[in-house]
Design a protein around this ligand. Structure first.
Ligand SMILES: [Zn+2]
Length: 133
């Protein structure tokens, strides 16, 4: 979680011990290059579309400066549930588990006085959580 905003790290660390489903952080801070690669996926490169922002004209909250401050910190993470002995990316229960985890993380955020947005509430970006400052 290097390069992830410390308040988001604090929220995730507070959420993990009593989460209804264990989870793991798979991505935090992204470089411009990484965001551009993800944007190319499903457009100029094979694969499914995974992001709506190109990383240059519009920044992802995974990138530094998305909040207008160049501090080397990103304000978003992608997580996946861990069950049946492994990280579950494509399991039929992955979305359902992420919903349970999001309810849990949102409750923790409230306790800590933080505002977190879950990508599942947009109807597509289930692994994504971002901190609103
Ligand atoms: Zn994300």
């Amino acid at each position: 979680m290097e390069g992830v905003h410390p308040l988001l790290v604090e929220l995730l660390m507070a959420s993990i011990p009593d989460s209804p489903v264990d989870f793991t952080v798979v991505e935090g801070l992204r470089t411009t290059k990484r965001q551009q690669e993800l944007y190319a996926q499903g457009r100029t490169k094979p694969g499914a579309i995974v992001t709506k922002v190109d990383g240059v004209k519009k920044l992802s909250n995974h990138q530094d400066e998305a909040d207008g401050v160049k501090d080397g910190l990103g304000c978003a993470v992608d997580i996946y549930p861990f069950f049946k002995g492994q990280v579950q990316v494509n399991h039929k229960d992955t979305h359902r588990c992420l919903k349970l985890i999001s309810d849990h993380i949102k409750a923790k955020a409230k306790e800590l006085g933080l505002t977190v947005v879950w990508g599942g509430d947009w109807g597509w970006d289930y692994p994504h959580f971002e901190l609103k400052l």
